[in-house]
Design a binder for this molecule. Sequence first.
Ligand SMILES: [Fe+2]
Length: 475
Amino acid sequence: MVLLRPIPTLNALRATVRGFATAAQAGRRPREEGNISSIFTSLGANSVVLPERFAQLKRDLFREEMITSWNEVVDELEVVTEQVAEAGSNAIPRFSYADIRDGLSSEQEETIRKVGSVIIAGAVPPEEALGWKASVRSYTAENKPRVKGFPVDDPQVFEFYHTKAQIAARTHPDILNTQRILMSLWKGDSPDISMTTPISYFDRLRIRMPGDAQFALGPHVDGGSLERWEEPTFRAFYNSIFNGNWRQHNPFDADKRTEVIADLYHTPNQCTIFRPFQGWTSLSTTGPGEGTLRLLPFLPLSSAYILLRPFFRPPSSNPGSLKDWVPDLESTAFPGAVIGNTQELNPQTHPHLKLEKTMVPVPLVQPGDQVYWHCDSVHAVENVHAGKSDSSVFYIPAAPLTTRNADYLRDQRLAFTQGIPPPDFPGGEGESKNVNRASVDDAHTAEGRMALGFAAFPESIGASLAKKANSTLGL
Ligand SMILES: [Fe+2]
């Protein structure tokens, strides 16, 4: 295990982060060139031994009440993990787009809150979604010498952000409407957020071919790793878990989440905006075993476990036991967390989750179906694609307009017009030399142009927010 780079002090990091915010007008500092592997220890990024300040951090945060919480969480996991193992893919709720259009029932909403993920079937007609994939394949052929992705020699996850098909999908009225309804599950009073105003957060696409075993993302949580404990605003989101009231933790508290800094270390692929749900829209007929997404379907309980995990270790007398764990305030261990990488989990680091049987695959989806998972949901990609045809998606998350997200939208808009990767992604010339790249003209509705940051937001979303966002965007 090697220390990869000098570790800056936390105060220096905070100063740097504030510096980015004020310097945003002049453009963000570009990230290193690369691909999706840059942030995953399991895809080759090196692991590190954490410095001593992380042991101190544990001592600073520890409270006696955590011991009771830990034991309650472990007991509850024993029951819930068995239930999920039994239910398999059925543990993930699946609703039709008609349910979205008509409005979700409170029971449906409660299910999504408890599970943390949902499948929405039928928002986009299959022919339209297959047309998007065909369009991407033409774009790939036209720009072959400049195509990049992971793995480098045979890309399955492409460094494409600016294809015409992606813009069409991101601005599709029924996809935006799905996002509006799902984001409304989050509650908040801040005038600086509108959970009913989706904006576009550009991400990649995957066309995974049968047989691929390289794009095997193990269980992980997006949006930083150590930042959850280290960054004060992020930590405050989990206050109930840290102060002994883990059952009160509300994963859908928008006010507490919107200012979180999930990227203390300026790593490529780290999402810096408030992105309530990551998601994808399917471009293929794909079922379990065919290289699809796997999800851990018990959000609040898994969050409580993950946040408490660094404070406990197995008893020295019986290191293999899942019972009688004791506080660990001496070691610097934050299992699965590495500076600058995403939070990863495996059966050794997080044994009580029983990940081998609780990470359930998304059931059969058709082209045009959407899957969304909460920003704290544990997810993974099946190790091997053992199917017979491609397993393909556009990654299209759900993100709301906030005053802070408007800064990102402005910089993303600039990257879009220049054809370079969006600010959170590995840098370089990207698609700037590609032919048949998208432009704003590929967004066919006013709402779509607004989501891309090219049209002003109306006062009806909240006069103060609209004014601030429009000013940021120069609209
Ligand atoms: Fe992820």
